[in-house]
Design a protein around this ligand. Structure first.
Ligand SMILES: Nc1ncnc2c1ncn2[C@@H]1O[C@H](COP(=O)(O)OP(=O)(O)OP(=O)(O)O)[C@@H](O)[C@H]1O
Length: 713
């Protein structure tokens, strides 16, 4: 078996035994982790209490004496059950609560790594003011446009970014626009486009083709932007908007292009497809080129597509206005700005170094030339003031019950909660969506004794990822947009630009690959001044990620795992066999028991057939594959060598670490690359694209109907 596969199958053994011999030295935190685990192992096998620093909630995670056989089984990667795990009866997921079969569940609360103290560096987060007191009618816009904004969109005051961008764009300037998520950037470019096109001396004809081209990274964002443009165009019926986004039959898109689209909104891939194959688009009249989420469009490996598009546009038209927008400035954006912008203004609402009440500074922040080399400034991001960010450190074994408990807490025991949970791959979304539907939503599940049926109404699970058929993607997007409550499980396909109203919580179950992606994910809540919260789930070995966020001026506060799990005390369908009303203790022991019952529900479901076991294994494999693609600068925090396969397996409802896990060639290649820096540099660029694709699951629109993740029978 290849070294990388051996490594993953025996990853924990390797950590405990000889961490430095595998693929070169371990990163420092990984070494510390391995040493700590090794210490624990020795302590446990010697019958001593491991030298664990106790935390406040220690009773819940108190390091108990571990039975030697179980420890050996786990640490040596053997699959045969030598321990006799506790028997629990599952309170949900089966029809009759009295006749539930007892099932074996190995301990959730033993042999977990120590949860470190989280030393959060205090950073002053960059802030932006969302609204101004200036009204749209103060701008020199067509009266019908103003009344459409007021009556159709029901808006009167401009946001800060709109106040700065609209006049600059109406002057004909190219622009690079950055403002926090949910601050109104869409209208900041749509209003000037509509204003300028309706005012053209020679009235626009549909058959003229595109005057404005708007590129966005995802189909849902294309639909959303199209919707906004359509509303603004209500009084100007002679200007025709259109969207190209894949998933739709090319033929019908071609037909619409032939008839004429004046404001064309598209994903880059789909547009390139039409440029290459249909010859129906003429760019001779283009006056606007807008790249929304510009940094993502570049990062994603859309560069080639953008080059094709720019070449096609440049070949037919020399002068146009270019606008790049994003909540996160990156090197990529400024590089792209250098390529495509002419004498641009840089519009940034954020300026924490200046006192905005000082008129001198206020003037200075209005518009300026882009500062392409000011890296520190470009890498700190404004976060909405009303967004409360949290992090929780969760040992791998407890991840699944932690997520389920959090969802139950928000959607079963609180009202009006709408959650988005981000995962790192399509397979992970499919797995958790199906598992939660089958367990948390099973007939006896949500309607536990003492619960009103209405208490479970918030438990509506939806999913969104790049491997779904377009029709279903659109339906889910619309359904979640219009719902008051519910849980959307998704990949980063939903991270950028989507304006889903009233989302109250963002959960990042798998950490994002960059601070920028963190900002965009959490930016799906707390939009346009509304309140919102976020929760990042990290393993104890990943705690250093909090420092990485702090270096980008991102402040998170800790939410204790014990507090999340304690919701199970409110749900009597999770009580253990020995439970009765009188014995209700409500302490750590009961939380542990109930968490174990919940884990048993998941394990029972997964182990109820061979196909489900292999389905869970595939999801685990997908997790490891995605984990292997974190960028180099985060490798010291997120490295497959830090994963304990047996523990991670439990978070997929698997009772044992799989022995026949075939790790993808990607991981093998990565291992080779780690050993050969020259080759690594050569292929770095290609891998970045691959990593992004794996982590993000964006879609250019050309891969509709891609491999759909199979559900278990
Ligand atoms: N002037 C305004 N008054 C009230 N609401 C507004 C105003 N401008 C925009 N909005 C609303 O604010 C929400 C967020 O706007 P938008 O989606 O354009 O934000 P964004 O800055 O593009 O966010 P992201 O960076 O996440 O893409 C939308 O629902 C939009 O309708």
């Amino acid at each position: 078996m290849a070294a990388a596969e051996d490594l993953l199958l025996n990853v924990f053994e390797a950590q405990a035994a000889a961490p430095q011999t595998l693929l070169g030295p371990l990163p420092a935190p990984a070494k510390r982790q391995a040493k700590a685990t090794k210490r624990k192992y020795h302590a446990a096998t010697a019958g001593e209490t491991p030298p664990v620093k106790q935390r406040r909630e220690a009773p819940l995670f108190a390091a108990k004496k571990t039975s030697v056989p179980e420890t050996q089984r786990t640490l040596q990667g053997k699959v045969q059950k030598t321990a006799s795990p506790k028997k629990y009866s599952a309170g949900i997921g089966s029809g009759n609560q009295e006749e539930k079969p007892c099932v074996k569940t190995s301990s959730l609360f033993k042999n977990n790594p120590e949860i470190p103290e989280l030393h959060r560096p205090a950073v002053k987060q960059a802030r932006e003011k969302v609204f101004t007191s200036d009204a749209f009618h103060e701008l020199d816009l067509h009266p019908h446009l103003i009344s459409t904004i007021n009556t159709v969109l029901k808006m009167s005051s401009m946001t800060s970014v709109q106040k700065q961008s609209i006049p600059a764009l109406l002057e004909g300037r190219d622009a690079l626009v950055r403002s926090q998520t949910g601050s109104g950037k869409t209208l900041a470019y749509c209003i000037p486009v509509v204003q300028s096109l309706q005012a053209m001396e020679t009235k626009i004809q549909r058959s003229d083709g595109p005057y404005a081209l708007v590129l966005v990274p995802t189909r849902e964002l294309a639909l959303q932007s199209f919707d906004t443009v359509q509303k603004l165009l209500k009084p100007f019926t002679w200007i025709v908007p259109g969207v190209l986004m894949g998933g739709e039959k090319r033929k019908s898109e071609k037909a619409r292009l032939r008839k004429g689209i004046n404001i064309l909104i598209s994903t880059p891939g789909r547009l390139v497809d039409h440029i290459k194959s249909t010859k129906n688009i003429h760019f001779s009249r283009i006056q606007w080129l807008i790249l929304d989420e510009a940094d993502r469009i570049l990062d994603l490996g859309f560069e080639k597509d953008i080059t094709v598009i720019l070449n096609a546009v440049n070949a037919e038209c020399q002068r146009r206005q270019n606008v790049l927008l994003s909540a996160t400035l990156s090197e990529g954006v400024t590089r792209l700005a250098d390529i495509s912008l002419h004498n641009p203004v840089s519009i940034s609402v954020l300026d924490e170094s200046r006192d905005q009440s000082n008129p001198k500074d206020k003037a200075a922040q209005e518009v300026s030339r882009p500062q392409t080399c000011d890296k520190p400034e470009s890498e700190s991001f404004a976060i909405p003031v009303s967004l409360h960010q949290h992090v929780t450190l969760v040992p791998s074994k407890l991840r699944l019950v932690c997520l389920a408990a959090f969802i139950l807490q928000k959607c079963k025991f609180e009202s009006g909660q709408k959650l988005i949970v981000f995962f790192s791959s399509c397979e992970l979304v499919e797995f958790h969506h199906h598992l939660f539907l089958q367990t948390l939503l099973s007939r006896s599940g949500p309607l536990a004794s003492g619960q009103l049926p209405s208490a479970s109404l918030g438990l509506t699970f939806l999913r969104l990822h790049g491997h779904m058929e377009q029709e279903e993607r659109t339906a889910v997007f619309q359904e979640f947009s219009h719902s008051q409550t519910g849980i959307l499980l998704c990949t980063d396909v939903a991270a950028r630009g989507l304006d889903l109203p009233q989302v109250t919580w963002i959960v990042q179950y798998n950490a994002p690959s960059s601070p920028a992606e963190y900002i965009h994910r959490i930016g799906r809540t707390a939009r346009i001044g509304c309140p919102g919260s976020s929760l990042l789930v990290l393993a104890p070995s990943e705690a250093e990620y909090v420092d990485s966020l702090a270096s980008h001026k991102i402040n998170v506060s800790e939410m204790k795992l014990g507090d999340i799990l304690s919701v199970l005390l409110r749900d009597d369908c999770f009580h253990g066999k020995r439970w009765n009303q009188k014995s209700r203790a409500g302490g750590p022991q009961e939380i542990r028991e109930r968490a174990t019952v919940l884990q048993t529900v998941f394990e029972d479901y997964v182990h109820s057939s061979e196909s489900r076991v292999s389905w869970a294994k595939k999801a685990l494999q997908s997790f490891i594959r995605a984990y292997a693609t974190y960028p180099r600068e985060l490798k010291h925090i997120f490295h497959v060598r830090c994963l304990h396969l047996g523990h991670v397996a439990k978070s997929f409802g698997l009772r044992d670490a799989p022995t026949n896990l075939s790790v993808s060639t990607l991981t093998k290649k990565k291992a080779t690359l780690l050993r050969r820096p020259a080759l690594r540099r050569k292929t770095q660029r290609r891998h970045r694209g691959l990593a992004e694709t794996l982590l993000s699951e964006y879609s250019s629109g050309l891969d509709a109907g891609g491999a759909k993740a199979k559900k278990p029978s």
